[in-house]
Design a protein around this ligand. Structure first.
Ligand SMILES: Cc1ncc(COP(=O)(O)O)c(CN[C@@H]2CONC2=O)c1O
Length: 500
């Protein structure tokens, strides 16, 4: 052991031993293995491989591009950002621009004034510093004022937690609520798989309640009650009810009466209401109006001492579609102060959300007003995008309903159609023969034939024995007819191939 070469010799001996990675698929957290997120699942993975094939050589594929209709990502399909929002963000990102005369030739006066006000409200004018863990106080005050203006009821800046998109806010609440598998969360089926994924990651239990496809994806209190009682009878401690309004993937917009019933149900059954309202500005059905659950609860006379409610919003949807900027909030009301303190502690572990997303969230909640220099251009951009989305929602719904064996509820809101596939028996058998679920088989064949990427309905959950897929309504209007034509041609050939 004292020999100078001994250590080197020992190292050589050790290095000769077979080395294996310290982390293996068998040694990572099994909750991670169990987690699935179909919006970027197996079909998307194959699409990425095909994209590489398209990029690497003159392709033998029967299409020239991948059309990603699997994800609600408007700007990736050509939607333009809102000018006023980007002007304010640019100025806040580089505050020195505010001191330059040239800026007045480049930026609208109200964007300069807004950016100046925001920068001045940040301690040290430091848009690069960590902020308060719930977000910059002045930003939260602006958002609270926007909520109050929307609802006609007060909102408190200290109830706002600014997050990097709505997703982290959902994870934070699941982290707070789920202690073990005994803790259940009532979720709509079909649901946006952030919820099933987060519940799985935190080791809880998803308690399903089925939306009624035959009544336009209606949310029935009787179904909620039946599922809640069954879960409780099996020993599950049901903590919360998730409602996504407008719905993803289903696109329904709840009636105010239905919302009142949901609020009453949560109050009566002692459930925290998790209201996912990220599509609140994506309403296309003229007979429907968005009402926040906060407004509905307050209008029923339920305040902080009467109901626990967490409301989510995001900069990823609406007419802004700023998904990559990662802005969002959760408005937390009706929780005990000591619970709020624990939530704050969890938020503080991540220090703060990104400042750009925080600023953008405040712009979404307080956009240009009549008389502002940007107002006319802003309303032109906003109304242009929303009216186009409404037309595309109708176009896609109609196109789906023209397909043989397909029925599709109208997309009243959000950004998706979720058609039901009634496949021939031979198609079902062909799927089984390759160990695929029928809607995965269909989505895979669609991708391989056209380059169009959709998400199989099994990725959102569906009534057993039914099959769907989710497709966004997002291709720009000039391109949508071509996408629909490709889709239709594929479907006709598919049905011909597998006709019973
Ligand atoms: C209902 C719902 N809630 C929350 C989120 C999370 O959004 P952010 O974290 O970006 O704020 C999404 C995103 N929609 C996903 C992403 O694109 N397609 C979807 O279905 C969503 O659809």
């Amino acid at each position: 052991p004292n020999h100078p070469g001994a250590a080197a010799g020992l190292v050589r001996q050790l290095s000769a031993l077979p080395w294996s990675p310290p982390v293996s698929i068998d040694s990572i957290n099994p909750k991670v293995i169990k987690t699935e997120y179909a919006v970027r699942g197996e079909i998307v993975s194959r699409a990425q491989l095909l994209q590489q094939e398209l990029s690497s050589k003159a392709s033998s594929l029967p299409f020239s591009e991948i059309v990603s209709l699997n994800i609600g990502n408007p700007q990736s399909l050509g939607q333009q950002p809102v000018t006023f929002f980007r002007e304010v963000l640019a100025l806040c990102d580089y505050p020195a621009l505010l001191e330059k005369d040239e800026s007045h030739a480049l930026f609208s006066s109200d964007a300069i004034a807004r950016a100046y006000r925001i920068v001045e409200s940040i301690p040290g004018r430091a848009t690069g510093a960590y902020s308060h863990s719930q977000g910059i106080k002045a930003i939260r005050e602006e958002i609270a004022a926007g909520i109050a203006a929307r609802d006609g009821f007060p909102a408190n800046a200290d109830d706002i937690f600014l997050t990097d998109g709505a997703s982290p806010g959902v994870h934070m609440m699941m982290q707070m609520l789920i202690s073990s598998e005994q803790d259940g969360i009532l979720c709509p089926i079909p649901q946006y798989p952030l919820y099933s994924a987060s519940i799985a990651l935190h080791g809880g239990t998803l308690v399903p309640y089925y939306l009624n496809e035959s009544s336009g994806w209606g949310l029935e209190i009787s179904e909620l009650k039946q599922q809640l009682d069954a879960a409780r009878a099996s020993g599950t401690r049901v903590r919360a009810l998730v409602v996504i309004n407008p719905g993803n993937p289903t696109g329904q917009v709840l009636t105010e009466q239905n919302q009142r019933e949901v609020v009453q149900f949560c109050r009566d059954e002692g459930l925290l209401l998790l209201a996912d309202e990220v599509y609140q500005e994506n309403i296309y059905e003229e007979t429907k109006t968005f009402h926040s659950f906060k407004k509905v609860a307050r209008s029923m006379g339920f305040f902080d001492k009467d109901l626990s409610l967490v409301s989510y919003h995001s900069v990823s949807k609406g007419y802004y579609g700023e998904c990559g900027k990662r802005g969002g909030y959760m408005e937390v009301t009706g929780l005990d102060a000591e619970v709020r303190d624990q939530l704050y502690k969890v938020a503080s572990v991540n220090l703060c959300s990104n400042i750009t997303g925080q600023i953008l969230m405040s712009l979404v909640m307080n956009p240009p007003k009549p008389g502002d220099e940007s107002y006319d251009n802003f309303t032109k951009e906003r109304d242009g995008i929303l009216s186009s989305l409404a037309r595309r929602a109708q176009l896609m719904t109609d196109a789906m309903n023209k397909l043989e064996g397909v029925t599709c509820n109208k997309a009243e809101g959000a950004m998706y159609v979720f058609p039901r596939l009634n496949l021939p028996e031979r198609a079902m058998k062909a799927a089984a023969a390759v160990q695929m679920l029928p809607d995965v088989f269909y989505a895979r064949r669609l991708l391989d034939a056209t380059g169009i990427v959709v998400v199989p309905g099994s990725g959102f959950g569906q009534v057993p024995g039914t099959h769907h897929f989710r497709c966004t309504i997002l291709p720009q209007e000039g391109k949508l007819p071509d996408v629909i034509a490709k889709f239709t041609q594929f479907h006709e050939r598919f049905m011909e191939e597998f006709r019973d």
